[in-house]
Design a protein. Structure first.
Ligand code: GCO
Length: 448
């Protein structure tokens, strides 16, 4: 039996744009995702987040569901343009009231709120003024964080400034598949820097307004393994890891960029303001770790900057997203983060899998997702036994939801959502997870 530490948080995670709907209700302003999803051809199934899971209207039912499953934590994000429709300036009181009611509903049921302040839905009006390419966006972010903290800070004890800066930069500015859909490495690096400035300013604001709460950031971890033992492939894996992981983690964990990354990005380095070095030194209380899969890479000097390519793992199991299932990555990365950075605490802020679920006679049997979650929890438990300061696990996701450019084609929930009727059905994985939470652990049935 693997037993997790006392007081361990068992939760689920969601984000505002993916579940709330009510995209233009009660004074909310448009976000870059509203504009992007309304642009024909951008979303696989032509859908939008206009309604999504209608959580804005059904949050009580959803919180009751968490309570019924016996979960003691919930990670959600606040929509910046719901609170400040223009990104700065005039407050939209009904928008802030929604989060106030949500936090109250959670607290009434003894579910600990973990609040993410930026999960990609930038106010469109800030995008029109340069978005994260402009340093002003980082300043506006800190002001918005202060507004939220002033209202919710008496009840919220865990704040997450940003969700996955890597994804913002890679999908938004390198691959060009998320808004603002650019392919511009110079802009990408500048944006990565301004996100760090925004994080640093937000940490300061939260420390000042909520001195007893804990502040962290959520990064995705994509553990990198060399395709062979050759020195070339091992060096390629180091470079990949540096640009995809360390470049994003180290500003928040060490206060500055890794030197190897700085050297590799030589031609694209960001413009810095005089106080930035100081601003990036903003120690965090916990590291939020999103973790789904790994990357296997080999050397390929024809690829600019990184000089490496990913090698598909043909013949291995993959989820509906096409992501390889390789649970050991979680153990490896938790140990590595602990060894290299000594964070005070770690939360797995996302882990989960999409599979094509179906309802049969009112039941959703999803044995693959149960396996996925179980195998990852076993690795998490082993990491705790090896000394990793892990204090919570958040399954992505509570509900099937709007999976960004994949629209509603990918179901990540432990609760099934019938998007036509908005009916929720707890999947078998939801009942499995509920048992894990109730026993604060699980049987180690895996031999792997
Ligand atoms: C991310 C985001 C989530 C996704 C989830 C599945 O990690 O990309 O935080 O919003 O929906 O990861 O792709």
């Amino acid at each position: 039996m693997i037993v997790f530490p006392d007081g361990f948080f068992w939760g689920t995670a969601t984000s505002a744009y993916q579940i709330e709907g009510a995209w233009n209700e009660d004074g909310k302003g448009p976000s870059i995702w509203d504009v992007f999803s309304h642009t024909p051809g951008k979303i696989l199934d032509g859908s939008t987040g206009d309604i999504a899971c209608d959580h804005y209207h059904r949050y009580r039912e959803d919180v009751d569901l968490m309570a019924r499953l016996g979960l003691n934590a919930y990670r959600f994000s606040v929509s910046w343009p719901r609170v400040l429709p223009e990104g700065r300036g005039t407050l939209n009181a009904p928008g802030l009231d929604f989060y106030d009611r949500l936090v109250d509903a959670l607290c009434e049921r003894r579910i600990e709120p973990f609040v993410t302040l930026y999960h990609w839905d930038l106010p469109q009006s800030l995008q029109e003024q340069g978005g994260w390419e402009s340093r002003d966006t980082a300043l506006a972010f800190a002001d918005y964080v202060s507004v939220v903290a002033q209202r919710l800070g008496d009840r919220v004890r865990h704040w997450i400034t940003l969700n996955e800066p890597l994804a913002v930069v890679l999908a938004g500015y390198v691959l060009g598949i998320h808004p603002p859909a650019k392919q511009d490495l110079r802009a990408a690096v500048q944006v990565s820097h301004h996100l760090n400035v925004g994080h640093g300013l937000a940490v300061r604001a939260l420390r000042a307004l909520c001195p007893s709460s804990k502040v962290g950031i959520t990064h995705v971890s994509l553990p990198v393994y060399p395709a062979s033992d050759s020195p070339e492939d091992r060096a390629a894996a180091e470079r990949w890891d540096c640009l995809v992981n360390r470049w994003f983690w180290e500003p928040s964990l060490k206060g500055w960029y890794p030197k190897e990354g700085w050297d590799m990005l030589g031609a694209f380095l960001p413009e810095l303001a005089a106080e930035d070095e100081n601003l990036l030194h903003a120690p965090i209380d916990f590291f939020g770790h999103n973790s789904y899969t790994r990357a296997v890479v080999r050397s390929d000097q024809s690829v600019p900057v990184v000089g490496a390519v990913q090698v598909p793992q043909v013949g291995r199991p993959h989820t509906g997203m096409g992501w390889e299932v390789y649970p050991d990555h979680l153990y490896d990365s938790l140990l590595r983060i602990t060894r290299d950075y000594r964070p005070r605490a770690i939360f797995i802020t996302e882990n989960g899998a999409a599979y094509p679920d179906e309802v049969h006679a009112g039941r959703v049997a999803d044995p693959q997702r149960i396996d996925y979650v179980r195998e990852h929890l076993v690795r998490a438990g082993r990491a705790v036994a090896a000394g990793v300061p892990l204090q919570g696990y958040f399954c992505w996701s509570l509900l099937d939801n709007f999976e960004w450019t994949f629209g509603y084609t990918q179901r990540f929930g432990i609760v099934y959502v019938d998007f036509a009727s908005q009916q929720r059905i707890v999947k078998d994985s939801g009942y499995f997870y509920s048992k894990v939470a109730a026993s604060n652990g699980l049987e180690e049935t895996t031999g792997a």
